[in-house]
Design a protein around this ligand. Structure first.
Ligand code: M6R
Length: 610
């Protein structure tokens, strides 16, 4: 999705803006641009289709100087990816960048055309530039002009406005798309994601819905939706400065897969003793709330949805609490019934997914006993708008394909399940200790799964020339198979589907032939014998089987069937363990196919528009 960076400083800020955009590249984009004003009120606007590097080259070649500027990476929604449609958009002396979607842009375009404005682009954003230009003529300040403009906009936006005639300030509005202000010494910054600013500051302030702010070198003044001055909290970020570096790894996705042992350690730190969950670490009032919970409703999208689907098995089988999991984009448009004493849980890496956020806002009106989020980004909208947040602490995830966010969400939910089950009296101290000990073993287990990297790299050759892949699992391994299929399709562009293995004979068996690799996740659990029958169903039809099996599960290589023998791990945490070889498989297939692993085509990291 689009990214925004802005700065008001005394020094030249071109490099800071471009570096900020680089740090937002992971979010997905198709074009980039900057507008920078120098002390003589000269504004240079440069836009390029393609990578930020092309913009950087153009900015260097133009030798741009100036201390006030805005920059943007665009992910096309209205109008094709092109230089003309790239931001910043201009109207007279005004330049604007915008994240989000202006839903009433057509009506506003007609209105502005009737006032004589000529549109250069096909974007919805250009209406903001012309509206501000118009309103400024009848306002006393740029802030007032943006406040008046904001009242006319419908939809979601985070937008920043620059006036060439007054480079001492930027003004910014937030409604639906995050904006963070970064505080420097004698200079201030803003961005759509704090990651963009970590090279210049660690002190941040998140704007709230409806806020409009004015930023100068020495001040930040925030007004709420009613135009009243308000104070917003300034936080000190502990995000890693080098989160934007790949280090020794070829891709962020690879780095993030290998970071999982450490990410899991962070997730559990201070939350478990050697044999129990520290219930207060789940959130203020968690003890009181969890003891009353009779139902859990999970809402999420994509990978986060898959982790919810897997955790559902734990909520019901371990904590003895019924659990529903639903895709946020469906939930938000459905007339749902809230069961008594239901806990709402949103799951999200970014905390900014538009559908999940909208679902949370709707659900909060409907009488859930509490809204909890399990999220990876502190200060994000989901964290701020939920009653309590359980942070996954996976560290910044940059690869579009979510990896460590998934496994840490699962670990966080397992801790929650243990705590919930204990509060409900459905888990005794012995069972809680067993779960917690399994959680403690996770980092080492995941290291052992990562050791299969080379073996999986070799296996990947078999998949790279295929058009389809089927993933099979039973029980909680069905959602793990769903996640494996999602990973493969998003980064290798191979069509992949997941099936609950018991469903094979109800349709998908018709797909089986020698061109259809079938990946089976086969832990040594109660469903093993059932799963073996499903494997036989595929074998009998000439399918190509790749079975990731517990070493004790009794599978052996045979014609048409390759067995990847995995070490035996605790049954409770095995779904997290088996996720890792699936991630490695997708990664290596994508490498062979030569796709853009970290920024797969058409996808964005944080989906902040509907
Ligand atoms: O930030 P979130 O976890 O809310 O994002 C939800 C999905 O957009 C995300 O998981 C997406 O499916 C990933 N690209 C999957 O790898």
């Amino acid at each position: 999705m689009c990214g925004i960076v802005g700065a008001v400083a005394q020094r030249d800020i071109a490099e800071i803006l471009v570096e900020g955009l680089r740090r937002l590249e992971y979010r997905g984009y198709d074009s980039a641009g900057v507008a920078i004003v120098d002390a003589q009120n000269h504004c240079t606007r440069i836009r390029r289709l393609g990578k930020v590097q092309e913009l950087a080259d153009a900015v260097n070649a133009a030798n741009v100087s100036g201390g006030t500027g805005i920059a943007h990476t665009r992910w096309a929604t209205h109008g094709e990816p092109s230089e003309t449609n790239a931001h910043p958009h201009a109207s007279g002396d005004i330049a604007v960048v915008h994240n989000g979607i202006i839903e009433n842009h057509e009506a506003l375009r007609e209105l502005l055309q009737s006032r004589g404005y000529v549109f250069e682009s096909q974007t919805d954003t250009e209406v903001i530039a012309h509206l501000v230009e118009w309103e400024l003529r009848q306002s006393e300040s740029l802030v007032e002009a943006l406040q008046k403009t904001a009242k006319q906009l419908e939809g979601a936006y985070g937008t920043v406005v620059l006036d060439r005639r007054d480079p001492s300030r930027l003004v910014v509005a937030r409604s639906g798309s995050p904006i963070v202000i970064g505080f420097g010494v004698g200079e201030n910054f803003l961005a759509s994601d704090q990651l963009a600013l970590l090279s210049v500051t660690r002190r941040f302030m998140y704007l709230e819905e409806g806020d409009v702010a004015e930023i100068t070198r020495r001040s930040v003044t925030v007004f709420d939706g009613q135009g009243q001055p308000v104070e917003r909290e300034i936080i000190e970020s502990n995000a890693e400065h080098d989160a934007g570096d790949k280090g020794q790894y070829r891709h962020f996705m690879q780095k993030e897969i290998f970071e999982q042992p450490n990410a899991l350690k962070q997730t559990m730190e201070g939350r478990v003793t050697h044999n129990s969950v520290i219930i207060d670490s789940i959130g203020t009032h968690a003890k009181e709330i969890l003891s009353k919970v009779e139902h859990v409703q999970i809402i999420a999208c994509g990978t986060s949805y898959n982790s919810g689907m897997a955790a559902r098995y734990w909520f019901e089988s371990l904590a003895g609490v019924s659990c529903d999991v639903e895709i946020a984009s469906e939930f938000r448009y459905r007339n749902f019934v809230v069961r008594p004493n239901s806990l709402l849980i949103t799951l999200s890496q970014s905390g900014e997914t538009a559908d999940t956020l909208a679902a949370l806002r709707i659900a909060k009106e409907k009488g859930y006993m509490a809204a909890m989020t399990i999220c990876n980004v502190s200060g994000s909208s989901l964290v701020r708008e939920s009653d309590f947040a359980f942070m996954t602490r996976a560290g910044t995830e940059i690869g579009v394909a979510s990896t460590k966010a998934f496994t840490t969400q699962l670990a966080a939910m397992l801790m929650l399940v243990a705590g919930l089950g204990r509060q409900k009296g459905n888990i005794d101290a012995e069972k809680e200790a067993e779960i917690v000990q399994a959680i403690h073993e996770l980092p080492v287990q995941i290291e052992s799964a990562l050791a299969f990297d080379k073996a999986i790299e070799a296996l990947a050759e078999d998949f790279a020339d295929k058009n389809h892949t089927l993933f099979l699992g039973r029980g909680e391994y069905y959602p793990i198979a769903m996640e494996a299929a999602l990973k493969l399709k998003e980064i290798s562009y191979i069509h992949a589907e997941a099936y609950a293995a018991g469903e094979l004979k109800h349709g998908p068996l018709a797909l089986i032939d020698a061109d259809m690799p079938v990946v089976v996740i086969a832990p040594n659990n109660d469903l093993l014998e059932k799963l073996k029958s499903n494997v036989e169903e595929v074998r009998a039809r000439g399918g190509l089987l790749y079975v990731f099996a517990d070493e004790k599960a009794g599978f052996e290589d045979s014609e048409g069937m390759k067995i990847i023998k995995m070490p035996h791990v605790h049954e409770i945490t095995a779904p997290i363990f088996y996720t890792v070889p699936m991630q490695l498989l997708s990664y290596h297939v994508a490498l062979i196919k030569g796709t853009d692993v970290d920024q797969p085509r058409n996808l964005a990291k944080a989906v902040t528009v509907e």
